[in-house]
Ligand binder design. Structure first.
Ligand code: AMO
Length: 449
């Protein structure tokens, strides 16, 4: 019999259907057994007799044939799209039997410590609330693609192995490439810039490999970046563009994921006019309003980010703040120094709900200036040969920016740790499983009956 998706059982009342999915919960009431069975479209209550149910349990994969019936009025669950129907199961085929689960997955919240949540990632991702994070992430990606397409960007796919460190600094993974040194890209930066003379406006979703030397709640060793790069633009236009893209993504998600946002208790975003502050102006506010004198620091620290966002929310009804003009020395070599004061750069960060979610800048587009900037940072222009070609043969004024996908997911859903917003997070301590456990034997699972 042809498979019916669970959600469409709503249109099949009094008809016999065949559904396929996972057993989510089992409740035994004497001779009657209630199962919740889920597929990609939803979840349905299945009523069967104990004999048919056998020893079915959580995560068993089944095909069930039966008749769809209306639930009695007083048993209707208005929170569920299939809450007014149930399936009277008549025949069950087990497609795959699950081993005994290491913890209870049938609860509304998956009450596990983070390391356990990640150690059993391919299992814990199945929990509806964990899965919901990645349904939201899907909408972030979709929202990014939608707005960048409207802005006439061509989406490109860039390499993840490069001949030089893309962002400079020590946080780079080097490796042996057929006897030569190569690097994992710290960002798609160099490639998106090389594509400006080709496409003028590009977007890309790419991995950023960062050998982060410390463990924090907002750094990953492999992050996902959503990047744009625009030719023929000036600084103010870039600020307009990044704020447009950022607010559009968040609006798109809030429009499409109301249920998930409510489930996570995430507060609706305040979309007041976004304040734009230079780093020095932000530090002045932090000094005056919060009593911390960070006016000669080269960047905002974590508490500064939180405080300045609280200030923006209160004074401007905005959950976003744009910070500009970071010291040139603190930013990557490709950042254009401000012609009015070259100590400061035409760079920016976007903060959202207390965290930096984006960085970018107007770029140096003049070949000789770029070669000098590379040398000044102690790097060898020869390692940037391919990149520099793009500037040698004509590069318009240009700039761009990059959003951190996991940071944005974390903030939209009010998660406490960025690892929850990555399907398979990598950090100093983990590649799939904890590195400290790698030497241990993987214990065989208890054989399913
Ligand atoms: P930057 O290094 O600031 O800039 O990165 C841009 C954004 O990517 C996210 N991000 C990270 N998220 C989690 N873990 C990390 N280790 C991590 N590193 C970065 C952040 C950050 O704001 N090429 C430039 C961008 C540009 O100029 O266009 C760049 O990579 O949200």
């Amino acid at each position: 019999m042809e498979r019916t998706l669970i959600l469409y059982c709503n249109n099949k009342i009094d008809q016999t259907v065949s559904i396929s999915g996972f057993v989510q919960t089992r409740r035994d009431h004497g001779k009657i057994v209630f199962l919740d069975v889920s597929d990609r479209s939803g979840v349905i209550q299945v009523v069967i007799t104990g004999e048919i149910a056998g020893d079915l349990k959580h995560q068993d994969v089944v095909t069930i044939e039966g008749k769809v019936s209306k639930r009695p009025e007083k048993l209707i669950n208005s929170n569920l799209p299939t809450g007014s129907i149930e399936l009277q199961g008549e025949k069950i085929e087990i497609l795959s039997k699950a081993a005994e689960l290491p913890f209870d997955m049938g609860t509304k919240e998956l009450d596990l410590q983070l390391p356990t949540l990640l150690d059993f990632r391919s299992l814990t991702l199945r929990h509806p609330k964990v899965k919901a994070i990645f349904k939201v992430q899907d909408k972030i990606l979709e929202g990014f693609r939608k707005i960048t397409e409207e802005l006439d960007c061509t989406e490109i796919v860039v390499p993840e192995i490069s001949a030089s460190a893309t962002e400079g600094g020590a946080e780079v993974f080097k490796f042996d490439y057929y006897g030569h040194q190569a690097f994992l890209t710290q960002s798609p930066q160099l490639y998106k810039q090389m594509l400006v003379p080709v496409m003028e406006r590009v977007s890309t979703i790419a991995h950023a490999y960062r050998a982060e030397p410390s463990v924090t709640t907002y750094h990953l060793s492999v992050a996902t970046q959503m990047d744009c790069e625009f030719g023929f633009v000036q600084f103010e236009e870039l600020l307009d563009l990044l704020e447009l893209v950022g607010t559009n993504i968040v609006k798109y998600v809030e429009e499409h994921c109301q249920k998930e946002l409510e489930e996570f208790g995430a507060e609706k975003t305040a979309f007041g006019k976004i304040p734009r502050l230079t780093l020095r102006e932000a530090q002045e506010i932090i000094f005056k309003e919060f009593g911390r004198d960070h006016r000669s620091e080269k960047d905002l620290d974590r508490q500064d980010e939180i405080d300045i966002c609280n200030w923006a929310k209160e004074k401007h009804k905005s959950d976003f703040v744009t910070i500009t003009h970071f010291p040139t020395k603190k930013r990557a070599f490709y950042t254009l120094p401000d012609p009015k004061n070259p100590e400061l750069s035409l760079s920016y960060d976007l903060l959202y709900k207390g965290l930096e979610i984006l960085s970018g800048s107007q770029r140096i587009n003049e070949y000789n200036q770029l070669v000098e900037a590379i040398k000044e940072r102690g790097m060898d222009p020869k390692d940037f040969e391919m990149y520099l070609q793009a500037f040698k043969y004509g590069m318009p004024p240009e700039g761009g920016f990059s959003f951190g996908l996991e940071r944005l997911t974390m903030k939209i859903l009010n998660l406490l740790n960025i690892r929850e917003a990555s399907l398979f997070p990598r950090d100093m301590e983990r590649v799939d499983i904890r590195l400290s456990q790698k030497a241990h034997d993987i214990k065989p699972v208890k054989k399913p009956n």
